[in-house]
Design a protein around this ligand. Structure first.
Ligand code: BGC
Length: 868
């Protein structure tokens, strides 16, 4: 209003404005209350639904008209995250109540698990999102009471983390832990692996420090603690989130028995380039599957309540885009456009946050020039403001100090300030928060309120875990908690479901070589990984021990008897002698069937700092393979690797190939049961398998380009292709064979037209337009088998180009021979939404192609249209 306005005009205008605000608020309350009531009525009646309605109405009453969030509001809205987000972040800036908030309120919904049938299978009622999780309303007052008593030095202490065991990166930070713990100057230690050690450190914190704040002990429990499961890439290849959740639960039970209450897992980085060694640690290239897996891990680790003694806090990492390292070289720079960031790289993190993850780890990589450990856009705007995340943001190992070599800080104090102000709460190993944060506050370069906020995040997790009530672990129960028989059974199931049968062509009798008959005669088991235990533990073995592994050879001997198994190493993984090679050829010649166990060295060639520019078999293994094949014996190749390997010769010449990844403790029994047909392979690829390294990065959900190759009757010259290689992968994303066969019926859809306007209303919380897709799948073979049925869509005609296919659903079904099942998918509006050129998530008019198919390259399409 112009300052020249007379005062009486001003007061009239102000009164009118207040009245209008009041009216608006009243309307919103009325609308919300009536919608809520409507929804509550349409849901099964019960105390839960009524509680939610009452909670909601009570909470709404406390939203006053002064754009101030009244104390307690946050606590009263645990079940309505979007509403809470609005109240906390948007309303103070004058934003209208968002449709999502309205939707939350009206449906009383817990924040969404990932849409799609595959993700919805979980039998465990998940998780610690609200009650018992980091958003539990009871935590706020405890946190505030403690915070009020803390000195600045003690506050900073909560933000400091060191490694006090086997280092997992360069250096260890400082080592004068005991002194520092006693002074309340350390918030977390990690890499401790014995209950006795955890208790000893904890005693110092609880008994000697002024405020008795317990330490939080962390460890990389990535694919098992003592019971090792397949590597995450293998776990994802099961396409079975329920199984993954069970594996994570087992890991939590074992780790917590040692005093570990925080795992730096799941790694939810999208990996599109097999040169990047850390592909082994994640769920592959797809955001939809990755989101389902992210939520499954979080549910498994955190259980139904974080304060249960066998629950551990999850940490979704490495936020964000780390997997897009240029050239697949670890730690390298990443450049990711916002639509790609939003549609490909962020969704698994969002899913982990929705599932209640207690923490997030910032990455090593520079993202569009700004290191992710100093990136306020991703850490503050997206993670905190848009998603309402309330847990800890931990840095990666020395990633705060690495802001100096990145070139955005010239000294430790600046690195600490940049990382901290961008939203990194805890400094892992750098020690720069310890060294500089207090001084930065005293010199007003960092507001103390920001330190308070970070400390709140840490204390909230510690309170949620029940650490203040139960800081110690019972040392007498540690051993008995490990390797229980039911855990081994889950490890075996997971290993079997993780195997991907890549090829199975005719053997000598004209029938597929696999499964092998038990009466096959003499089997020669050859190769460096045949009698290997250590590698079966994968790249992050945690407390896994080689002696706990049943190796392939041990299991085969037990199954066929010593007299029927011949063995020879043939070569080491990286090097071998002529004599070993000669011995292997002679052994093969004496046999009726050869099984070759070849591949990578798990700890050295996969995982962190293990990028490769060549993706063939290391050392002399290719030579061994060719020489063994030249004997004319039928050969089954079992590949152990943390990524797909480029082996065009093998795929051309070897009749049967199984991708086994690194299968964990039950490697041997799972492999034997699979090769001899007691278990039918059902794993499917979660990464596109390249023909040659030059194709990388290679992923199915790519854009079409303006000059796509392989156009019927097109000019073969001026198209997007290689002169010396095909564009297509060796095996597509989603691919995997079975010992039986499946026939897919046509893809049927619940209508030929959808309205963008209605979908957008649904997207923002209005009435949903659910869309159904169905296909029949029949087992046409002689064996029972599991098939992972996949749903893909393509959008054409949108303003921002969309991938040639995008996974939108999956379901694992078991079919007896001859049995048919109709597999139904329900797509909600977000399945059709894209990140558009106005930086918004929205549905646009488009032509939509839909496939229900066995992988990303096949299936019969059907079409519909999204009209305005
Ligand atoms: C890795 C993280 C890991 C951390 C702690 C880092 O080098 O990038 O994934 O959690 O070390 O061990």
């Amino acid at each position: 209003m112009p300052s020249s306005c007379p005062n009486y005009v001003r007061s009239y205008v102000n009164a009118a404005r207040n009245f209008l605000s009041f009216l608006l608020l009243a309307c919103v309350i009325f609308l919300l209350a009536s919608q809520s009531a409507e929804r509550v009525q349409s849901r099964p009646s019960g105390a839960g639904a009524l509680d939610q309605k009452n909670d909601f109405n009570a909470a709404l009453k406390r939203v006053n008209k002064n754009s101030v969030v009244p104390p307690g509001l946050e606590a009263s809205l645990p079940r309505f995250p979007a509403l809470k987000r609005w109240a906390k972040f948007e309303r103070p800036y004058g934003a209208a109540l968002s449709r999502a908030a309205l939707h939350d309120a009206a449906s009383g919904a817990a924040p969404g698990s990932v849409a799609g049938p595959g993700a919805a299978q979980s039998s465990v009622v998940g998780p610690s999102v609200n009650q018992g999780g980091i958003a539990d309303s009871s935590l706020g007052s405890k946190v505030e009471a403690l915070l009020r008593k803390m000195t600045l030095d003690e506050k900073v202490g909560q933000l400091v983390q060191y490694s006090a065991g086997q280092p997992t990166g360069p250096g260890t930070g400082r080592t004068d832990y005991k002194d520092m713990i006693g002074k309340g100057q350390i918030g977390s230690l990690f890499n401790i692996s014995k209950a006795r050690d955890a208790n000893a450190f904890q005693r110092i914190a609880v008994e000697q420090s002024r405020l008795h704040v317990p330490l939080l002990f962390g460890l990389d429990v990535i694919h098992g603690f003592r019971t090792e499961f397949p590597i995450p890439l293998g776990l994802a290849s099961t396409w079975n989130p329920v199984l993954v959740e069970k594996a994570a639960r087992v890991a939590a039970r074992e780790a917590s028995a040692t005093g570990i209450r925080w795992t730096f897992s799941p790694m939810v980085d999208i990996a599109r380039d097999a040169r990047w060694g850390r592909m082994a640690e994640g769920a592959g290239e797809d955001p939809f599957l990755g989101s389902a897996m992210a939520a499954a891990y979080v549910r498994g680790y955190q259980g139904s309540r974080l304060d249960a003694p066998d629950s551990i806090a999850a940490c979704a990492k490495h936020y964000v885009g780390y997997g897009a390292a240029e050239g697949g070289r670890d730690y390298n720079t990443t450049e990711i456009s916002e639509p790609t960031l939003r549609q490909i790289y962020l969704p698994p993190f969002r899913s982990a946050v929705n599932a209640g993850t207690a923490s997030i780890m910032s990455g090593f990589n520079a993202l569009n020039g700004i290191p992710t450990s100093a990136n306020a856009f991703t850490l503050k705007q997206i993670l905190r403001k848009e998603w309402g995340f309330q847990g800890i943001v931990d840095s990666d190992w020395t990633s705060v100090a690495e802001l100096i070599p990145h070139g955005i800080a010239n000294d430790g104090a600046t690195a600490a300030r940049r990382a901290f102000l961008a939203g990194v709460d805890m400094d892992m190993v750098s020690s720069l928060y310890h060294d500089h944060l207090e001084h930065l506050v005293q010199t007003r370069q960092v507001p103390e309120a920001a330190v308070d906020e970070a400390v709140r995040n840490v204390l909230r997790v510690k309170f949620a875990l029940g650490l203040f009530e139960h800081p110690y672990v019972d040392e007498t129960k540690e051993d008995a908690a490990m390797l229980r028989p039911d855990y081994l059974q889950i490890a075996r199931d997971a290993a079997e479901q993780s195997f991907v049968l890549l090829k199975n062509s005719a053997g000598p009798g004209g029938v597929p070589l696999l499964p092998v008959s038990k009466s096959v005669g003499k089997v020669a088991l050859i190769g460096p990984l045949a009698n290997d235990s250590a590698n079966m533990l994968g790249c992050w073995g945690a407390l896994g021990r080689a002696e706990d592994v049943t190796s392939f050879q041990t299991a085969l001997l037990a199954y066929l008897g010593n007299e029927n198994v011949l063995s020879s190493k043939g070569t080491g993984i990286s090097e071998g002698s002529d004599q070993e090679m000669g011995d292997a050829i002679a052994t093969a010649q004496k046999s009726d069937l050869v099984i070759l166990a070849l591949g990578e060295n798990a700890p050295e060639m996969t995982g962190e700092a293990a990028s490769r520019s060549k993706l063939g078999l290391p050392g002399r293994q290719q030579e061994l393979l060719e020489k063994v094949l030249a004997t004319g014996k039928p050969v089954v190749l079992v590949l152990f690797s943390g990524r797909p390997l480029t082996l065009p010769w093998a795929f051309e010449n070897v009749p049967a190939v199984l991708a086994a990844w690194f299968p964990g403790l039950e490697a041997g029994p799972a492999l034997v049961r699979t090769l001899f047909g007691e278990s039918n392979p059902s794993g499917k690829l979660v990464v596109s398998w390249p023909r040659s390294v030059g194709q990388e990065p290679l992923y199915y959900n790519a854009l079409n380009t303006g000059r796509p190759a392989n156009q019927a009757n097109g000019d073969p010259k001026f198209v997007s292709r290689y002169l010396d290689e095909q564009n297509s992968p060796q095996f597509p994303f989603g691919y995997g064979l079975s010992y039986t066969s499946f026939r897919y019926g046509p893809t049927e859809i619940g209508g030929k037209q959808l309205k963008a306007s209605a979908l957008n209303t649904g997207l923002h919380g209005g009435k949903d337009t659910a869309f159904t897709v169905t296909a029949s799948v029949t087992n046409t073979g002689q064996r029972s088998g599991d098939e992972v049925v996949q749903l893909y869509i393509r959008l054409q005609g949108t303003r921002v180009a969309q991938p040639v296919r995008t996974l939108k659903g999956f379901e694992r079904v078991t079919l007896a021979p001859g049995e048919t099942k109709n597999v139904h998918f329900t797509l909600s509006p977000d399945a059709f939404a894209i990140w558009n050129d106005h930086n918004q998530l929205a549905v646009e008019p488009a032509r939509v192609t839909v496939w229900v198919s066995p992988d990303s390259a096949h299936g019969s399409p059907t079409e519909l249209e999204i009209v305005p």
